[in-house]
Structures are given as C-alpha cells and as structure tokens.
Design a protein around this ligand. Structure first.
Ligand SMILES: Cc1ncc(COP(=O)(O)O)c(C=O)c1O
Length: 398
C-alpha cells in the first residue's frame, strides 16, 4: 500500500507541535483529538490576558482575531462568514437549526439509520410536540445508503432531510453530496450532521447543497472542548426562527416587537468563551495550512492499514460496512467485553473508546451490536502506533 502525500518529515513536525503525542498513543480522535500546542497556548494566553486586563477590554483588543475565526471557518467549508454561528458543541448547533424549523402536524422528516442520539431525541420530541413523522431509510445489505429509496420516500409532506455523514460508532459514510442533489431537486430543507467529518475530510457546502450543517471543534478539527459551529445558508436564514435570543441576536424595538439579526449569528448568544473561540480559529487555521485533502488521504491510509492488520488477527471482528469508509475503525474482540478491551489498552498507554448502542441506536440495534471498540485514527498517528495497537490486541485474544 502506498504511503500518502503527507511526508514522514511532516508527520514528525505535526507530532513535535502536539505535546500529547509524546505521552500517549491516541486512537480516540472521534471522541476528542489531541490539540496542537498553538491551540492550547492561544487559549491559555487569552485567559491570562483577560485576568489582568478585563474581559471586555481583552475582547476589544482581539476583536479582529475573533472576527477572523468566522472567516477561517467559512474557508474550511466554502461558505461566507455571515453564514456561520459559533456555538459550544455540535448538539447545540444541530438543535438550534432543527428546532428553528416551523414544523406543522403531518410534516415528514427523512433520515438514515446512522443518525446520532441527539438528533434522534429531537425527532422523537418533535413527533410528540409537533405531530411530525420520521421516515428512516435503512442502508442496503452492503451497508450503503440507497439513494433510490430516498427518492421513493419523498412526498409533498417532506419538510426536511437530515443525515449524519459519519456516524459516531461505525466506519461507514452517508453520501451527503448525492443526497443534496435529491434535496435540491425536490426543494426540501437539508440538514447535515458533519460532527465527525470536519477536519477529517474536505467539506464544501456549495457542493453538498445543504441548508444547514453542524460541527464540533474537539474531534477531527483538534480544537478545544466546548467549541462548535453551525452553517446556515444565507437564503434560508430568515425562514428559521431561533429559540433563544438576547440583545445581540435581536433588536428589541419596543416592549412587544423585536427584529432578529440578519446573519447566522441569530443562532448565537452574546456571552461565550472568547478564549475558546480564538482556539477554535487557530485549530481551523492549522488544518487549512496542512490541507484537509491531505489530512483525509493520510487518515484513509492509516485506517486501511489498521483494518488490514485487524483482519489478520483471529478473534477480532470488524464491524465497518459500506463502500466508503473513514478514520473510525470499529471492532469487537471475541469473548472480551469492549470496556475491558479499552481498559486493558489504557494500561498499555493506548487510548481507544467504546461505542454504545444509544449513540447510533437504529444502526446498532439492526446489527445486534450492544457495544463496539472504536479506534479512530488521525493524520498525526503513525504506522508504528497502528502496529503497537494490533500487537496489544493480538495479545488480548490469546
Ligand atoms: C455523529 C455525531 N453527531 C453529533 C455529535 C454531538 O457532538 P457534541 O458532543 O459536540 O454535541 C457527536 C458526538 O459524538 C457525533 O459523533
């Protein structure tokens, strides 16, 4: 298998710029990846400055840098800065968009079996509160999303198509560009959960054709915890009604009237953690400087290597389905509980995580999976780390 366009020297440089790589073999990038040192320093230095200069005064000093974060995010996904809202996490981003839709009884939402728990809870909630109905399009037996079934499921009542591109607990992927073409053709609102995608692979909202897209910072973007963002296409912003508003998101005209601002920041509140916003910006800049296309190539290379090596270990079952697979590698060790696998690997200084049924309920139930081990690779992982992981897993099955 050929190595990737990211050179060995580049990898060593990225590792030298990431303190955590010297301490741990980190394969929990789908949980939260190791941030580059520059991201950590940015946050700490900003907080220190706030402590001595005052919060508002520091914000004023850094207003251009803070504003620049919107521009960097816009570049990352090929949007405009006024289409970006910065929030605390992907669940807030996704929910802010979903609950802003004016659902009426009888409206239908179409989704896939890979949808994340937050989104499934919101669907169930809207079923009860607004009388909408949810249609789930199951993957075909090979684990691919059947586009023709989606077309067939659309009716005049279909208000929204909402899908998660990369699920929390599986290595497969949902074809968001092809789904976008169908959504556009039928003029249906389209919401994409790109929580695990941003920073892992190139995202272009114009190509995807989505109206809304939600992201978290701490996973493949390598930003601090407590960061995320929502993209909302300019043309549909005024159709969406934010649930929470303050004097930043809306102008109070008199005691009974208010006017909501006309950019995506209608989904923000004024008070947030400025240090983290700057840290998010630095992380996005770091990814852009490397090139997300290169990152994606390296991740696919490492994930393929890992899957190949796992296949060679008797007693390990890989659970990833579908023609296109990502950096999340899921498997079970026969006869060893996933939680025990995780803790045994932790004793060897290796971080992996355990994916539970609830995270991707429909998919996990369908495949009779109660929990899986999730080893998620990032570009800064090395081939040697993959070998060490497989060696330790091999020792566990013996
Ligand atoms: C696919 C997917 N969507 C959404 C989320 C929620 O992200 P957050 O924890 O930032 O709200 C996760 C988190 O694991 C996820 O894996």
């Amino acid at each position: 298998m050929a190595n990737t366009i990211v050179s060995e020297q580049d990898i060593q440089k990225f590792r030298a710029e990431t303190a955590g790589t010297a301490q741990k073999i980190h394969f929990n990038n789908a949980g939260s990846s190791l941030p580059p040192d520059v991201v950590v320093d940015t946050v700490i230095n900003y907080l220190k400055e706030e402590a001595v200069s005052g919060g508002y005064e520091t914000e004023f000093k850094y207003k251009d840098e803070l504003e620049n974060t919107y521009g960097l995010i816009a570049r990352l996904i090929n949007a405009k800065p006024n289409e970006i809202a910065i929030v605390e996490n992907a669940s807030t981003a996704w929910s802010s968009a979903f609950y802003a839709i004016d659902f009426k009884a009888g409206d239908e939402v179409i989704t896939s079996e890979m949808e994340y728990v937050t989104n499934l809870i919101a669907f169930a909630n809207a079923e009860k509160r607004s009388g909408i109905s949810i249609k789930v399009i199951p993957n075909d037996p090979q684990g691919n999303f059947p586009l023709t079934d989606l077309e067939k499921a659309i009716t005049p009542q279909t208000k929204l198509i909402a899908v998660t591109q990369i699920p929390s607990t599986a290595g497969g992927m949902i074809p968001i560009v092809e789904i976008g073409k169908i959504a556009r053709k039928h003029n249906i609102l389209y919401l994409v959960d790109a929580c695990q995608s941003a920073g892992q692979l190139p995202l272009d909202v114009a190509e995807i054709g989505c109206d809304m897209l939600s992201v978290t910072g701490r996973k493949y973007l390598r930003a601090p915890r407590g960061t995320g963002f929502l993209y909302v296409r300019k043309e549909i912003q005024s159709q969406l009604r934010p649930i929470f508003m303050d004097g930043y998101t809306a102008d109070l005209l008199n005691q009974h009237e208010f006017k909501i601002r006309d950019d995506a920041r209608r989904f923000e509140l004024y008070e947030n953690n400025r240090a983290l916003v700057l840290g998010l910006g630095k992380a996005v800049e770091y990814a852009l400087n490397i090139g997300v296309d290169k990152i994606w190539e390296r991740i696919q290379f490492l994930a393929n290597l890992l899957r190949q090596q796992l296949k060679a270990i008797e007693g390990i079952t890989i659970h990833d389905f579908g023609a296109e697979q990502c950096g999340i590698v899921t498997f079970s060790v026969n006869g060893v509980d996933s939680t025990l696998v995780k803790s045994k690997l932790a004793e060897k200084n290796i971080n992996v995580s355990v994916g539970k049924t609830a995270s991707t309920l429909i998919y996990m139930d369908k495949n009779h999976l109660s929990s899986i081990v999730r080893a998620s690779v990032h570009y800064y992982n090395t081939e040697e780390e993959v070998w060490v992981l497989c060696r330790e897993l091999g020792a566990l099955v013996k």
